[in-house]
Design a protein around this ligand. Structure first.
Ligand SMILES: Cc1cc2nc3c(=O)[nH]c(=O)nc-3n(C[C@H](O)[C@H](O)[C@H](O)COP(=O)(O)OP(=O)(O)OC[C@H]3O[C@@H](n4cnc5c(N)ncnc54)[C@H](O)[C@@H]3O)c2cc1C
Ligand SMILES: NC(=O)c1ccc[n+]([C@@H]2O[C@H](COP(=O)([O-])OP(=O)(O)OC[C@H]3O[C@@H](n4cnc5c(N)ncnc54)[C@H](O)[C@@H]3O)[C@@H](O)[C@H]2O)c1
Length: 468
């Protein structure tokens, strides 16, 4: 039925849709293969958007609870679960319909079914209730996303534990929740449930929370969270889990040996969704299931590109989209001999990830930890929000921002921070790093007063003073 395509994209989430749309708009005969029953992808259906919609409500409840700090009185806020569910589902449905409309009117063939490579030029396409058939393409973009990774803890799989997929369906709100893992999902959801008024315990296996994040940010995050009543059990692993009429019972390896809770959220990472795609058979280079890509989104095989969570070293949505666009452009260019001269790149050196905890935190470009590990000399400038006009007005307690620059050229290399709206204001630094601005260039940007964004320019001033 289908003659060979110039490009087939496998996976129709944020990365895959961006890739297929880009290729089709460039005039290439393109198909997108999507296996899920529901179109929309992780970000809209189970990721960014539902979690941020719930976090918005949790933040407003917390603000009300903290009224006395800001000089007013308010009663204890009460969650209205049916109203919140109605709001959540209406929002998600709006976002989903927008995406479905965009996919259905896009100038690419949308093929509902799953794909598996048979060779570097062919996939086996399997639609429901149909015979499998081969589809050929000159190039491919793999964008199959990621899945929750659940550790092999004895007893766990026999219990009704949650992953983030379950929480964003908004089940009943527990009085006490235990969260296994203190990464992006662990911490965002810890603050979400704390905002809703639940008793939250986070189990972290390391000496500090937040995995490999900036240690100063992790310390500030722990202090802020503890002050609001979140409990942390560090250097602790779950040895076994059971569930009965009284809820969950966890046997633990740390100082606290047992924990009971009404709900258990497992937030121990996500794994690239690459199993069953036939990638080993065609010999594509991977590391722990993640497809290895370079700045051009190229894999180890010519004419096969990859984008989004199945390949990205920083699995966040704006990079999934940028990688999708870059992958499509370069896949089409790879059909020409001179393709390297005009290849597009995704912005690896200014890659940003932000956590919508309260307060928020952000990491952009080079981190201080990576600089130390790789022996890269940097100057670091800092500004705390507790010493900064708008930060003080906003009531920041432990927040700060820091910037990293090259001592020789003064070029900005990285930035990180924790504090009010720091993901929003962090875009200034992302732009500066992407545009290769120096500390002096940055200080020429006028800042409105009083704003939270000003804190970044104070950190840049501090770095400038350190550089002499
Ligand atoms: C709870 C949560 C909150 C998050 N919050 C944020 C946030 O605030 N900001 C942010 O930037 N990121 C956030 N993320 C991460 C973000 O959602 C992902 O980085 C992004 O959605 C990944 O997009 P993707 O296109 O790579 O994958 P997906 O959207 O998962 O798309 C992959 C698609 O491939 C399809 N597929 C898989 N295998 C096959 C096959 N063999 N054949 C055909 N189709 C296939 C799947 O059905 C799926 O639709 C969050 C993630 C989670 C879980
Ligand atoms: N705001 C955002 O951009 C946002 C929000 C949520 C999720 N996400 C994306 O979702 C991905 C997954 O999030 P996540 O929090 O699940 O993963 P993560 O990799 O951020 O954190 C997982 C944590 O679980 C710990 N862990 C792993 N195995 C464990 C075990 N057996 N016992 C105890 N702890 C264990 C790890 O040490 C780590 O701290 C992230 O990589 C991120 O890209 C992004």
């Amino acid at each position: 039925m289908y003659s060979p395509f110039e490009l087939i994209v496998i996976g129709g989430g944020s990365a895959g849709h961006a890739a297929a749309r880009t290729a089709a708009e460039l005039g290439a005969k393109t198909a997108l293969v999507e296996s899920a029953d529901e179109l929309g992808g992780l970000c809209i259906l189970r990721g960014c958007m539902p979690s941020k919609a719930l976090i918005e409500t949790a933040n407003r409840m917390r603000m009300t609870r903290e009224a006395a700090r800001f000089g007013f009185r308010a009663g204890e806020p009460q969650l209205d679960l049916p109203a919140l569910r109605e709001r959540l589902h209406r929002l998600i449905d709006d976002f989903r319909q927008d995406r479905v409309h965009a996919m259905e009117k896009a100038p690419y063939a949308l093929l509902r079914g799953s794909a598996r490579f048979r060779s570097a030029k062919e996939i086996l396409f399997q639609a429901e209730n149909s015979e499998p058939r081969m589809l050929e393409a000159r190039t491919f973009v793999i964008a199959t996303g990621s899945l929750p990774s659940v550790p092999q803890v004895p007893g766990l799989k026999d219990t009704p534990f949650w992953t983030s997929d379950d929480v964003v369906q908004l089940p009943d709100i527990p009085k006490r929740i235990a969260i296994l893992g203190s990464g992006a999902i662990g911490m965002e959801f810890a603050h979400l449930f704390e905002g809703f008024g639940c008793a939250v315990t986070v189990i972290a296996r390391g000496k500090r929370i937040m995995g490999n994040s900036d240690p100063d940010i992790a310390e500030a995050m722990e202090a802020e969270s503890r002050e609001r009543g979140i409990r942390f059990l560090k250097e602790t692993e779950a040895e076994s889990v059971s569930h009965g009429p009284d809820g969950f019972r966890l046997k633990l390896s740390g100082e606290t040996s047992e924990l009971t809770a009404d709900a258990l959220l497992v937030a121990t990472g996500r794994r690239p969704a690459t199993a069953g795609l036939g990638l080993e058979e065609i010999g594509i280079a991977m590391e722990k299931g993640r497809i290895l890509i370079d700045e051009r989104a190229a894999t180890s095989l010519r004419c096969i590109y990859a984008a989004g969570d199945c390949a990205s070293p920083v699995p966040v949505v704006h990079l999934a989209v940028l990688q999708g666009e870059v992958a499509a452009r370069n896949a089409l260019l790879s059909l020409r001999d001179d393709h390297f001269s005009s290849a597009a790149e995704w912005p690896r050196h200014s890659a940003m990830s932000g956590w919508f905890t309260e307060p928020q935190c952000v990491q952009i470009g080079l981190s201080e930890t990576a600089a130390k590990e790789d022996g890269i000399e940097v100057i670091v400038g800092r500004q705390t929000y507790a010493d900064h006009g708008k930060g003080m007005i906003a009531g920041s307690r432990h927040g700060f921002v820091k910037v990293l620059a090259d001592p020789a050229s003064g070029r900005l290399l990285g930035a990180a921070g924790i504090g009010p709206d720091v993901v929003e204001t962090g875009h200034l630094l992302q732009a500066a790093i992407e545009q290769q601005l120096t500390l002096s260039d940055y200080l020429r940007i006028p800042h409105y007063h009083p704003t939270l964004a000003e804190a970044w320019s104070r950190a840049v001033e501090d770095a400038k003073e350190c550089s002499g």
